[in-house]
Design a protein around this ligand. Structure first.
Ligand SMILES: Nc1nc2c(c(=O)[nH]1)N[C@H]1C(S)=C(S)[C@@H](COP(=O)(O)O)O[C@H]1N2
Ligand SMILES: [Mo]
Length: 263
């Protein structure tokens, strides 16, 4: 059933190696040589040391992530993490080309939503060429198209008590200690309303492929790759994430990574 088995030992290794894992990365294509990318390693090494508050002070709340040109797209977006969910629900939706898939918007909202792909794609879209930085030390520049998350939040009318957007995913990861866990993640409302935060359904001018998160995945361009859940089916507005999963706000956060993966 499981897409892949990941052992506790691997997690511990990943966390204890921390970001020095960059040097061991098997990535054959690393886009950080492009202009502003030169400082990636320094960025990543600092990221875990910087507090969320300091990051906000340094970078400003609304700073945009760098955007690139078509000529900078040198390779397909490298698929990572789960790339083919083995969950029956997912496989059923895929078999029907996601005609029965819906994006639920729930929790602390005045108007819960259930949106089809067509409804999302009929909303205003944003296309951006950005660099995806994975904590493992590889980067890819790609063109993403999607619906700004802020527009979806406006349509649902977020209640004042809401503090975070929680993303629920369709893929399950097997862990040797905690069993089967669904991928999930959270961002705050500042990042949720950032102009480059989109619910992406297009990649490099084509429909988002399964390996990169079809039918819908999050792009949060000022954070690391693990903050961008794929295989999205539900957005929940919450005032706390303490009682979900391991209580740290996301699948990878529960396994040791920082909640704020700023770059
Ligand atoms: N649902 C889900 N989302 C996920 C993951 C995953 O395993 N499952 N992996 C994360 C990690 S670590 C990265 S680097 C990116 C990879 O996105 P890509 O496959 O489009 O490169 O997705 C993130 N979102
Ligand atoms: Mo990642």
């Amino acid at each position: 059933m499981a897409k892949f088995q990941i052992s506790r030992r691997r997690f511990l290794t990943a966390s204890s190696l921390g970001l020095s894992g960059i040097a061991l990365s098997g990535c054959d294509a690393f886009d950080s040589g492009l202009g502003i990318g030169g400082g990636l390693r320094g960025f990543l090494e600092n990221a875990n040391g910087l507090t969320y508050r300091a990051q906000r002070l340094l970078a400003g709340r609304d700073a945009l992530a760098p955007e690139f040109t078509e000529a900078d797209i040198r390779q397909p977006q490298r698929p990572n993490g789960v790339t083919a969910p083995d969950d029956d629900t997912y496989k059923g939706l895929l078999a029907n080309n996601f005609a029965d898939w819906r994006l639920e918007v729930a929790g602390l909202v005045e108007k819960p939503l259930s949106l089809t792909r067509e409804q999302l794609q009929n909303m205003p879209s944003r296309t951006q060429i950005t660099r995806h930085d994975c904590v493992e030390g590889w980067s890819c520049i790609a063109k993403w198209t999607g619906t700004p998350l802020s527009l979806v939040l406006d349509q649902a009318v977020v209640k004042p008590q809401a503090r975070y957007v929680m993303f629920h995913c369709l893929d399950t990861i097997e862990q040797s200690l905690s069993g089967a866990v669904k991928y999930y993640g959270t961002i705050d409302l500042i990042d949720a309303r950032h102009p480059q935060t989109i619910l992406a359904y297009g990649l490099n001018g084509k429909p988002l492929p399964v390996e990169n998160g079809a039918p819908l995945r999050v792009r949060v361009e000022r954070q690391l790759g693990y903050k961008m859940p794929k295989y999205l089916y539900k957005i929940e507005l919450v005032d706390s994430f303490a009682n979900v999963g391991g209580g740290r706000g996301g699948y990878w956060e529960d396994n040791g990574y920082d909640w704020y993966g700023g770059i």
